[in-house]
Design a protein around this ligand. Sequence first.
Ligand SMILES: [Zn+2]
Length: 431
Amino acid sequence: MRTASGTTLIHHGQMIDGTGRAPIADAALLIQDGRIAYAGPSAELPQLGPDVEKIDARGGTIMPGLVEAHFHATYFNIAALEDLDIKYPVEYVALLSSVNTRLALECGYTAARSGGCLFNVDVWLKKAIEEDLIPGPRLAASGREICSAGGLMDWNPEFRKIGMEGLVFIINGQEDARKAVRALVKDGIEWVKTYPTGDAASPDINDHHTLCMTFDEMHAVVATAHNHKLKVTGHCRATQGIKNALRAGYDTIEHGTFMDDEALELLLERNTPVIPALYFEKASIELGPEFGLPQVVIDGHQETLDGGAESARRILRAGGRLGMGGDYGFGWNPHGDYARELTFFVKDVGLTPLEVITCATKTGAEIMGRGDEFGTLEKGKLADVLVVDGDVAAHISLLENRKKFVAVMQGGVIKAGQLAPPFPTMVKREK
Ligand SMILES: [Zn+2]
């Protein structure tokens, strides 16, 4: 991805630098050739040379670009889970995904870690974004997901003759687990997404207290993935599933819904980040009836919401790490609503706006393994920056309204927001 050339100064705004430090009221951010040269009080800004482009952020907030830590570019706002298998071919899924990455960037998300994808779309999306062909967050690519036979993702009965080729590897035992990971290694992905547990969405045979993989299968996934320098995550709701994942060496935990004391202890010992993705549950409860979700499913989502909120609070209060990602891509939780997760964590879970912003920036970059490149406004880092009209520390919900974005920058280049050129030209030069 190209970076800007020249010098840009963003000044007079409040700065939230993403480290968790208190906001600086009158701050300046100096960007030199796409990287941060200074971030701090305006009063201490070093002497500037000529030819400085200036952005006046008076009345606004200067902060790091957001990181969506559980992103599904290929989930196309589905109305039912089976849509993922049967509705569209890979060609159309890829096109829809490129629309979703553009939208995510316009929503202030300058980076994203995938939580699983259809076919092998992520890897190629990432390439197109990195080569500036399409706009989108800096992406950590995942691939087809892994689940044991009969588990949460194995929802099509045999008579339908659907092999789930696009979405998931259905495995039986350690040998299958290794085989699936090795296929993903060849696909060029970075994150292996697995399904250690069920979900409220499947109340009959794979509810949120059911295990969908054995410890041995999970361990085989981790050993094979780590050997090839891939990372592993998993959909973990049931308490035992969370513990299995931590003991097997998972790199992150998705959801981490029902944590008991032992699970929390295991988590803290390993400093493993958790991505709760909780607003999804609230959206399922509120809009579920409209989408025909049965009452038993909605009740399950309520239990998940209550358990997940309690676990998230405990993790953060105990010094653990949370990433902000929202599992967007369902009809009731569509792409574009990403920042609702942040408002939800302030209003419903009880975190402070500063805590939530740190989770959504610094921790997100750490989850991607790129904490030294972006995620905070600090000297030397890439200028992935969000300039928002208004006081985000006081009104976190401003982040839900992209009309309030003055600039969304990647490497100092303005890609979206009021100051962005209307139709950025992206031309590929064949080498
Ligand atoms: Zn997900």
